[in-house]
Design a protein around this ligand. Structure first.
Ligand code: HT7
Ligand code: ZN
Length: 876
C-alpha cells in the first residue's frame, strides 16, 4: 500500500469554498448531487488537472457550469475523479452525481444505515465514499445540504449547522435544508435521517444567545438521555468558564446510533454517538458508564473549538485536535468529580493502553511522520499521550500563561487548518520560552525512563538526587535525542510534611519541578538535616517510567503520608507490583507465594481510612491487572503464573483483613436513593472492591450471590456478576446469576454487552470454547462493533490466561474471528488485531504460536489495507 509522508504535504492547487449537497435517500439507491464551487489557487495554471478523491463510488452525472462533460474531459474510477481540462476561469461550478447503497454499507464509513436510521461517519476519509471531493482536512468549505426522504421512512432530517427550510414533496416525500456558515473540512460533514425520539432543552451562552439542544435516540428511549443532556449543558458552561469558549450555532444536536466504529464523532453542530455513550439509567448503566458518557459528551462538544473552528492541516496533525481535546475533557471531569481520583484513573488508563503501544511494534510519535492507513492512528499515543504532552506544557508554563497561550491559539488560528508547530508557537510567543527541545514529545516515540538515585550526607546536611534519562529505541527510530522532562517532586520528612531546604545546587528546579534536559542531571539540596523520602513524578507530571532506588520503608511511609494523592497511590501501587512480581517468580518456580504482613495490613488501613475518599480507597485497593504486571515484568511472560501469583496476593489481603473489610462492606451497604454523582459512585466502587476480596474467603460465592440478588442498580449487579463469574466460575450461584441476568436483559443489547464481556473475562483455558459458543447467541452479531468488542475484544485484550492459552487455541479463535469481522468492517478488525501487539514479550512457546497466528492473518487473501497495516507492523 501507499505510504503517506508528512514531508510530502503540499497545499492543493484547488479550493472548494462552497459545497451544496442534495441527498435523495433510499436504502439501496441513494442519489447524491454535489455542486461544488471550485476555485483555482492564484498562480496555478489552468492546465493543471483537478483530481478528486473517491472510494468505491459510481458516477452517474458530471457537469461544469451547467454543461455535461464530454468523456474526454474527465476520467472516473471508483477511487478517483480527474477533470483533465478544467475551465480557464478561476472559479467554476462542478456538479457530480453519485449513487450509493447505504443499506449495504457494513464498514460503517460514509453513508450507512443503523437500525433503519441513515447516518454518516466521515472522519477520517469517509466523505469520499459519498461523493468525489478534495477529502483532506485543509479544504474548508461552507456547506448547504438538502435532504429528501420518504416521510414515513425518515420523518427527521438533520445535517450540520442551522435549519434553513423544510417542506413537503410529491408522493409522500419531504425535504429539509441545513446551512452551516462555518467553513469546515469534509470529515466534519454529517447527515442523519430516520424516525427518532427527541429530548429537547436549551442553553443560554455567556453573551446571551439561546441555543436549542436536541438529543435524538431510538423512540421509547428518551428517558435514558437525561444524563447526557445534563452533561452537555455542564460542558457548555465549563468551556465558557475554563477556556472562554462559547458555542456558535443556533442549534446543537446529538444523535445516538447503535452501529458505530468508535465512541462518538464531533460533526459540526451534529454530533453522532455510539448509543452506549448516551443512554443511561441506574438499571442499565454502571457508574463507569455514567462517567464515560459525561467525558465523551464533553469531549465531542469541546471539539467545536479544538478540532472544528481550528482544524488540522493534515492527518499527521491528528493530535492537535485529539490530544488537546482529551486534555480538555480530562480537566472537565477533574472539575466535575474528584481531581485526585480522576488523575489516578487517567494514569492507569495511559499505562494500560499507551505504554504497551509505545513499548511494542506499533510505537509511533504523538505526531507520526508516516502512515499507510490513517484509521490505525486513532491510538492511545495520539489521544492519551497527546493529552499528557499538553498537560506538560501547562506544567512548564504555569496555569495562567497556559491560558494566555490557549487564548492566543484561538485568536490566531480560528477558521484555519493548523499544525503542531502553530500550537507550540503560541506558547513560545506568550511565555518567551524556547520549546524546541520540548517539542520532541511530539516527534519522538517511546516512553522515556528516568533512573534516579539519592544520597543524604547528614554531616553536610545535603541531599543529592542523581537522575539519568534514556529513551528506548522504537521501530525506525533507533537513536533518540534527549528530552525535556518536567519531573514534579517533593521531599517528605518523617512527620509527613515537606522538608524545607535552604538552597539548591544544579539547574532547572522551579516550583517543585525538576526540568531534566540532559542525559545526567544532578540536584543537591542543602540545609536538609534528616534523610527525606522522595516523592517523585507527583501528579504524574511526565509520562515516563521510573527506576528508583527507594527503600521499602520509604515506600510504606509515602503510601501512608504523601500529601500528593497521586504519589501516595503510586507508592502503594509500587509496593503491590513488587509483591506481585515476586509472587510470579515463586509461582513459576512451583512455590506458594508469601507476602509481608505489613503490606497486607496496609491494605486494611487504607480501606478503613476515613480521611480518604472512598473512590481513592477503591483505586488503591484494586490490584495491578495481569496485563499491568506483565508489562512491568517485560519479557518471558507466562500469564498463568502471573494469574496465580495475583490470586495469592488477593487472597492474602482478604484473609488478613476479613474483619475490617466485612464491617466496612456492611456499613457501605446503607445507601439512600441512587445518584450517579462521583461521591456515591465512589462508595459503590469501594464496596464492590471489598466484595471482590471477600468473595475469596469461605462463603464468598454466597455473599456475591446475595450482592447480586439485592442489587438495585447495574453497578452493583454487574460487579457481583463479575465476581461470581471470575472467582466462582462453574458454581451453581454463578450459573443462576448468569441465567437471571440473561433473562432479564435479553432485549437490551447494551446490557447484554456486559453479559458477554463478563463471560469473556473468565480466566482459564475453558473460556475460549465458551466465547466461541457465545458468538452463536441470538443477542450476538458480528456486524455490530459493540457486540464484537464486548465479546471478542474483551477476550483477546483483557483475558490473559484465556487468550494466551498455552496450546494456542485462543489465537486460533482470534484469527478466525478477526478475518470474519474484516469481511464486513476492516476498521473494527484492525483494532481487534492490535491485541497481539505485545506478542514478543511472551515466553517462547506462546510467542511462536502468536507469530503463527499473525502470519495466518497476514497470508489471508484480499486483506484490507487496515488489517494488513496492523499485522505487518506487528510482525516487523
Ligand atoms: N474524532 C472522532 C474520531 C472518530 C473516528 C475515526 C475513524 C473512524 C471512525 C471514527 N469515529 C469517530 C472521535 C473523537 O476523537 O472525538
Ligand atoms: Zn476527539
Amino acid at each position: 500500500g501507499q505510504v503517506f509522508k508528512l514531508e510530502d504535504y503540499r497545499p492543493n492547487d484547488y479550493l472548494i469554498p462552497e459545497t451544496s449537497l442534495t441527498f435523495r435517500l433510499s436504502p439501496e439507491a441513494t442519489r447524491v448531487t454535489a455542486v461544488l464551487t471550485v476555485e483555482r489557487r492564484g498562480g496555478v495554471a489552468a492546465s493543471v488537472p483537478l483530481v478528486l478523491d473517491g472510494d468505491g463510488l459510481t458516477l452517474s452525472r458530471i457537469a461544469i457550469d451547467g454543461q455535461t462533460l464530454a468523456p474526454a474531459d474527465f476520467f472516473a474510477t471508483p477511487d478517483q475523479l480527474t477533470i483533465t481540462t478544467p475551465p480557464a476561469a478561476i472559479r467554476f461550478q462542478l456538479l457530480i452525481e453519485t449513487e450509493l447503497a447505504p443499506a449495504r454499507n457494513e464498514a460503517l464509513m460514509g453513508l450507512y444505515r443503523s437500525s433503519n436510521v441513515y447516518c454518516t461517519q466521515c472522519e477520517a476519509e469517509g466523505f469520499r465514499r459519498i461523493t468525489y471531493f478534495l477529502d483532506r482536512p485543509d479544504i474548508l468549505s461552507v456547506y448547504t445540504v438538502r435532504i429528501e426522504a420518504q416521510h414515513h421512512e425518515a420523518p427527521l432530517l438533520l445535517s450540520n449547522g442551522n435549519p434553513a427550510g423544510s417542506g413537503e414533496l410529491a408522493d409522500g416525500w419531504h425535504y429539509a435544508v441545513w446551512h452551516d456558515p462555518f467553513p469546515k473540512p469534509s470529515y466534519l460533514f454529517a447527515l442523519v435521517a430516520g424516525a427518532l425520539g427527541k429530548v429537547a432543552d436549551s442553553f443560554v451562552t455567556l453573551s446571551g444567545r439561546e441555543v436549542d439542544l436536541g438529543i435524538y435516540v431510538e423512540p421509547g428511549k428518551e428517558r435514558l438521555a437525561g444524563y447526557a443532556m445534563d452533561a452537555l449543558k455542564r460542558s457548555m458552561k465549563w468551556d465558557e468558564e475554563a477556556f472562554g469558549r462559547e458555542y456558535d450555532l443556533d442549534v446543537f444536536n446529538i444523535v445516538a446510533v447503535s452501529d458505530f466504529n468508535m465512541g462518538a464523532m464531533e460533526n459540526k453542530g451534529l454530533n453522532i454517538f455510539n448509543d452506549k455513550y448516551v443512554l443511561a439509567d441506574q438499571e442499565a448503566a454502571t457508574d463507569a458508564d455514567f462517567a464515560n458518557i459525561e467525558a465523551i459528551i464533553a469531549h465531542e462538544y469541546f471539539h467545536n473549538w479544538t478540532g472544528n473552528r481550528i482544524t488540522c492541516r493534515d492527518w499527521f496533525q491528528l493530535c492537535l485536535k485529539e490530544g488537546l481535546t482529551v486534555f480538555r475533557d480530562h480537566e472537565f471531569s477533574a472539575d466535575q468529580r474528584s481531581r485526585a481520583v480522576k488523575r489516578i484513573a487517567e494514569v492507569r488508563t495511559l499505562r494500560a493502553h499507551q505504554f504497551p503501544e509505545d513499548q511494542g511494534p506499533l510505537a509511533h510519535p504523538v505526531r507520526p511522520r508516516r502512515y499507510r492507513e490513517i484509521n490505525n492512528f486513532y491510538t492511545a499515543t495520539v489521544y492519551e499521550k497527546g493529552s499528557e504532552v499538553v498537560r506538560m506544557i501547562r506544567t512548564i508554563l504555569g496555569a495562567e500563561m497556559f491560558r494566555a497561550g490557549m487564548d492566543l491559539y484561538f485568536e490566531r488560528h480560528d477558521g484555519e487548518a493548523a499544525t503542531i508547530e502553530d500550537f507550540l508557537r503560541v506558547f513560545e510567543d506568550v511565555s518567551g520560552r524556547d520549546l524546541s527541545q520540548f517539542s520532541l514529545w511530539y516527534h519522538q516515540a517511546g516512553t522515556p525512563n528516568l533512573t534516579i538515585s539519592s544520597t543524604h550526607n547528614a554531616a553536610a546536611q545535603e541531599f543529592t538526587l542523581e537522575i539519568e534519562q534514556s529513551v528506548p529505541p522504537t521501530p525506525s527510530e533507533s537513536r533518540k535525542r534527549l528530552m525535556h522532562i518536567p519531573l514534579a517532586f517533593g521531599l517528605v520528612g518523617s512527620n509527613g510534611k515537606a522538608i524545607a531546604y535552604s538552597g539548591v545546587e544544579g539547574a532547572g528546579v522551579e516550583d517543585g519541578v525538576i526540568h531534566i534536559r540532559k542525559r545526567r542531571h544532578m540536584v543537591r539540596f542543602s540545609g536538609v538535616a534528616e534523610r527525606p523520602a522522595m516523592s517523585l513524578n507527583r501528579g504524574f507530571s511526565a509520562p515516563v517510567t521510573l527506576s528508583v532506588e527507594q527503600k521499602a520503608d520509604d515506600q510504606f511511609f509515602l503510601a501512608s503520608h504523601d500529601s500528593d494523592a497521586f504519589a501516595r497511590w503510586q507508592a502503594f501501587n509500587t509496593l503491590l507490583t513488587g509483591a506481585l512480581i515476586s509472587a510470579f517468580r515463586q509461582a513459576l518456580g512451583g512455590k506458594q507465594p508469601g507476602f509481608a504482613s505489613r503490606l497486607t495490613d496496609l491494605a486494611g488501613k487504607i480501606a478503613g481510612d476515613e480521611t480518604l475518599e472512598p473512590a481513592y480507597r477503591a483505586l488503591a485497593l484494586a490490584l495491578p491487572s495481569e496485563a499491568d504486571i506483565a508489562r512491568d515484568i517485560g519479557k518471558n511472560i507466562d500469564p498463568d503464573a502471573i494469574f496465580s501469583g495475583r490470586e495469592a496476593l488477593a487472597t492474602a489481603i482478604a484473609e488478613a483483613n476479613r474483619e475490617i473489610f466485612s464491617r466496612l462492606y456492611d456499613r457501605l451497604g446503607d445507601n439512600g436513593p441512587f445518584s450517579p454523582d462521583a461521591a456515591s459512585a465512589g462508595r459503590r466502587a469501594l464496596r464492590n472492591t471489598l466484595l471482590d476480596y471477600l468473595s475469596l474467603l469461605p462463603e464468598g460465592a454466597a455473599l456475591a450471590a446475595r450482592h447480586f440478588q439485592s442489587a438495585t442498580n447495574m453497578t452493583d449487579r454487574a460487579a457481583a456478576l463479575t465476581v461470581l463469574a471470575l472467582r466462582h466460575s462453574g458454581s451453581p450461584e454463578t450459573a443462576k446469576a448468569l441465567a437471571d441476568f440473561e433473562a432479564k436483559y435479553a432485549a437490551d443489547p447494551l446490557v447484554m454487552d456486559k453479559w458477554f464481556q463478563i463471560q469473556a473475562s473468565v480466566p482459564g483455558p475453558q473460556t475460549v470454547d465458551a466465547v466461541r459458543a457465545l458468538t452463536c447467541h441470538p443477542a450476538f452479531s458480528m456486524a455490530n462493533p459493540n457486540r464484537v468488542r464486548s465479546l471478542v475484544g474483551t477476550f483477546s485484550s483483557a483475558n490473559q490466561t484465556g487468550f494466551h492459552r498455552a496450546d494456542g487455541e485462543g489465537y486460533r479463535f482470534f484469527v478466525e474471528t478477526v478475518l470474519q469481522v474484516e469481511k464486513r468492517n476492516p476498521q473494527v478488525a484492525a483494532r481487534l488485531a492490535t491485541a497481539l501487539r505485545s506478542w514478543r514479550s511472551l515466553e517462547p512457546a506462546r510467542q511462536a504460536k502468536a507469530r503463527e497466528a499473525l502470519l495466518a492473518i497476514a497470508n489471508a487473501k484480499n486483506l484490507s489495507a487496515d488489517l494488513r497495516d496492523i499485522v505487518e507492523r506487528t510482525l516487523a
